[in-house]
Design a protein around this ligand. Structure first.
Ligand code: GLU
Length: 483
């Protein structure tokens, strides 16, 4: 790995800075598609510049963080093929560091201990709300000393009347007025840091050169800058990426379809399709829609990130998945379908039969699950007839077709496609009916529905025994209906 991978031109000399990005999820839920996009952007940005991409688990919200979410997030990243360098950094392992640094700021007079309890703050907040005012902490402890024995939070002293410049690589320069920022808590009474404190400390200590994240974090940027400045730490370059919205213009949520990468995975989406779709949400490269991972690594840059929110389009996502599904190698498709059939607890299918099913069904579905779900009748004789199809085709006048098919197909020599074709032709001759008049009722008897691959293929894949038992079942069904 090159260690001179990013060049920042300053006034007259060129300084080299190694690109280091990070993904810093809070393990309070599964990996949301918006967060996955953030991870992908950071990963691609560093990969493009031969830098490092690090993973940091921000688990300081003790009430909401759960280990199972951390596991899920990590699994989703791995599934997407996003790898990170080095050990995972976990904030809960770094409480000592945050405590020491907060203490240092107190000693230096840049922060102070505040003894106002959470209950008291809640009461004040409520009071302000009732009066229709914006709640501001009164800073009363900024000038007072310690109150031994009582628990306290540490707040950063924010000097009012200063401009804080956020030089955002996507949005340009944004200026914040420090008078609008209260003396915010950096260390909570339980000894845990707040997000803004821990993030600024970690970004500096992990040598993060670039932070790319959702623009819902833009309000945190001036606070993190204040923390870094108070500690005399370096600051990463910031890029805030516009949000992903649903088609109704609202923030993406469950209402707009699945939310997490895990859900898409379990619906039969492919990792390369998810990666490709998410990268295109908010980033573009001309009109190109399909990108291989290696190509993305070569061409990704912040220049392609737009300034307006992107709209999540489930139909397009599905279409893209279908495209990747069709390009998938036969071998990989086979492995995926075998494991899905197993997961869905269908009996194990003979290899050759499964190969033929995949060959027929892969063009008819946009997801792996779709392939299996539309093939159910291949896996079990015990499928249900679609009501309308049965009403129209499983009727007395077709009984004879089924009887003849049973006779002609049962005695076929090797049950090959050509053999099956011959069997149908003999039934056509015996009944004087065209293929369409025979194939459609046969399709309903054999699959329960009026839609399926070509009838000869279906018969060949099902095999002699299954076809015989299904035709018999259809004949019985008609009889029992008439009785
Ligand atoms: N833990 C924050 C989140 O999950 C990270 C924000 C950041 O990247 O600084 O939103």
């Amino acid at each position: 790995m090159s260690d001179i991978s990013f060049f920042a031109a300053s006034a007259c000399k060129i300084t080299s800075v190694k690109v280091v990005t990070r993904f810093a999820p809070s393990p309070t839920g599964a990996l949301h598609v918006g967060a996955a996009r953030t991870a992908i952007f950071n990963w691609l940005f560093s990969a493009n510049l031969a830098g490092d991409f690090l993973l940091r688990i921000e688990d300081t919200d003790r009430a909401r963080s759960e280990e199972r979410f951390e596991r899920q997030i990590i699994e989703s990243l791995r599934w997407l093929g996003i790898d990170w360098q080095g050990e995972i950094v976990r904030q809960s392992d770094r409480l000592d560091t945050y405590g020491k640094l907060a203490g240092r700021l107190v000693d230096e007079g840049k922060a102070y201990r505040c003894y106002v309890t959470a209950d008291e703050l809640g009461r004040r907040r409520e009071e302000a709300r009732e009066k229709g005012e914006v709640f501001r902490y009164k800073r009363e402890w900024s000038q007072l000393g310690a109150a031994p024995g009582k628990s306290y939070a540490v707040r950063l002293s924010v000097l009012p009347g200063e401009n804080i410049f956020v030089k955002d690589l996507v949005r340009g320069e944004i200026v914040f007025d420090s008078s609008e920022i209260e003396d915010f808590v950096i260390l909570k009474a339980d000894g845990f840091p707040t997000y803004n404190f821990a993030a600024a400390v970690d970004d500096a200590q992990m040598d993060i050169s670039h932070v790319i994240r959702g623009d819902d974090h833009i309000i945190n940027a001036p606070r993190q800058i204040l923390v870094a400045e108070a500690l005399g730490f370096g600051k990463p370059k910031l890029s805030h990426v516009p949000m992903i919205l649903g088609a109704d213009g609202k923030k993406l949520s469950k209402r707009h379809g699945a939310e997490s990468v895990t859900e898409y995975r379990s619906r039969g989406y492919l990792p390369e399709a998810v990666l490709n779709y998410l990268v295109r949400l908010g980033w573009s490269f001309g009109d190109q829609e399909i990108f291989a991972k290696q190509e993305l690594v070569k061409i990704f840059s912040l220049k392609g990130i737009g300034k307006s929110p992107s709209v999540f389009d489930p139909q397009k996502f599905l279409w893209l998945n279908g495209k990747y599904l069709r390009d998938m190698s036969e071998e990989r498709m086979f492995e995926e379908i075998v494991s899905l059939v197993k997961k869905k607890e269908f009996p194990e299918q003979p290899r050759e039969k499964l190969r033929k099913i995949i060959e027929q069904m892969r063009e008819r579905s946009e997801t792996l699950n779709g392939i299996v779900d539309q093939s159910l009748y291949f896996f079990t004789d015990d499928f249900e007839y679609e009501e309308k199809a049965a009403e129209k085709f499983l009727v007395e006048k077709n009984s004879q077709i089924f009887e003849f098919l049973l006779e002609e197909l049962s005695c076929l020599e090797d049950f090959s496609y050509n053999d099956v074709h011959g069997g149908f032709q003999r039934v056509m001759k015996r009944t004087g009916l065209g293929l369409g008049r025979i194939a459609q009722p046969a399709r309903v008897a054999l699959t329960g529905s009026t839609k399926s691959p070509g009838i000869f293929d279906v018969v060949e894949i099902l095999g002699r025994d299954s076809v015989a038992s299904r035709l018999t079942r259809a004949i019985q069904f008609i009889k029992s209906r008439n009785a």
